[in-house]
Write a protein that binds this ligand. Sequence first.
Ligand SMILES: Cc1cc2nc3c(=O)[nH]c(=O)nc-3n(C[C@H](O)[C@H](O)[C@H](O)COP(=O)(O)OP(=O)(O)OC[C@H]3O[C@@H](n4cnc5c(N)ncnc54)[C@H](O)[C@@H]3O)c2cc1C
Length: 498
Amino acid sequence: MSELSSPAPSSSVPVLVIGGGPAGLTAAAELQRLGQQVEVLEKDPEYVGGIARTVRYKQYRFDIGGHRFFSKSNEITQWWRDHLPPGDFIQVPRLSRIFYRGKYFDYPLKAMNALLNLGIFTSIVCVCSYFWRKLFPIQPERSFADWVSNRFGDRLFNIFFKTYTEKVWGMPCTELSADWAAQRIKGLSLLTAIKNALIPQKKDAGAALVKTLIDEFEYPKYGPGMMWEKVAADLETRGGRVRMGEGAVKLKREGLRVREVHSVNQAGELTVRPVDQVVVSMPLREHVLAYDPPLAPEVVAAAERLQYRDFLTVALMVRGSDLFPDNWIYIHDPAVKLGRIQNFNNWSKFMVPEEGTTCLGLEYFCFEGDGLWNMTDPDLIELGKRELEQLGLVSAKDVFDGSVVRMEKAYPVYYPGYADDVETIRGALSQIENLQVAGRNGLHKYNNQDHSMMTALLAARNLAGEKWDVWKVNTDAEYHEAGESGQEKGRLQPQRLN
Ligand SMILES: Cc1cc2nc3c(=O)[nH]c(=O)nc-3n(C[C@H](O)[C@H](O)[C@H](O)COP(=O)(O)OP(=O)(O)OC[C@H]3O[C@@H](n4cnc5c(N)ncnc54)[C@H](O)[C@@H]3O)c2cc1C
């Protein structure tokens, strides 16, 4: 492959969007609404939707994790409704539990359920360990382990937080930044959980909404991919282009303007596109390292430090329906590598074509290139069958088919110091005049779809002359899991730059 072999398109692309996930497609749709000509580059040859795609295997469909559609932003909820007819959404009753030592614990955690399941002796130890930490809190509170132990006590931290969190992130909880706990478990402690369980909560409109979000959620009947495939098709109908299987590899700049985007297709052929403006939702590390000439050495060094956690789903087709009532189950048992199980029958019956069968999504957290990632698909399917049987959830002989999907960079890692690195990068990128960034990995933020989309809407509007701060869109991705209401008002409020 040589750059000389690539004829550059002669006219420039008015706006090129890198990435065809929720952020890239939302930005492109908004730009089109604002009257711009857009082109999207998506490196995957088959699927749009990024992590929020829905994979098809034979007649079965499954997500990369299950993707609920919920948002505190009316604008995002309305956007979803505008882009997919109401009949394509279903209301899904929600049930998710934690499986620990052969018992099911409610998730979100409920104090009474947890204490009863643990038994009187362990419960007393948990409460004592909580008060011990109240008397002797870990200060300063730097890590996820410090944050959770201070609010729940060391014993409950070990039972309900340590194993699963370490499976997800692949690092000790002592090395994971306290920011992540503050975002995920915000405001909750053992005492507030017990208080909530004992004292009836005053209901306000916010609480009612949060309760609804906990009890049921919206979901496109063929999975989130249905939404993103429709958005991509609509873009093309209106004259936009979605170029599948083309990954951006270089951003050629002159001073503080991006002049060209170089991309490579599946055959390894290079295309050079002159661009007027760019929206980038590709991972922040790759984005920064793609500049030619490179950005300042300290910015490149910050980008090189950014870390990601990867993910793979082993979808297993199983004889029998009604295996368990949950949408998903967290597996806290350290004896298995499995982190979470999705039961797609309980997301949408439209995803499972054959009656009397079930499609389970077994989620394994890993690093690209590690032992799990490099296992062959048949070995991963065998591992999945073995672990389901070991947990007593499904008998291996009932599994009749399987498929594996590897998803790189599923999670941006909040390692200690990541916020300084992101800040260094943000400062440099904000100098580039014709660039906007958006999305989850695009901003290195643990964003759900709605937050990723909100950053994309604002990025598109910035190109049209508005001034929004995409880095300040709130990231309380699991706000309703905490079961708190009043605090949530006003979340996802975009902030204008002064
Ligand atoms: C297990 C799991 C469960 C989740 N559950 C939910 C949920 O229930 N509800 C919810 O709202 N959110 C959920 N999320 C979050 C949601 O998936 C993300 O917020 C959303 O997908 C982010 O959109 P994005 O466009 O920023 O990034 P991505 O989805 O990562 O999309 C980025 C796209 O860019 C493409 N790309 C990357 N590099 C290049 C390149 N160089 N050139 C061209 N294209 C490129 C990728 O192929 C991809 O298609 C979940 C995430 C995970 C990991």
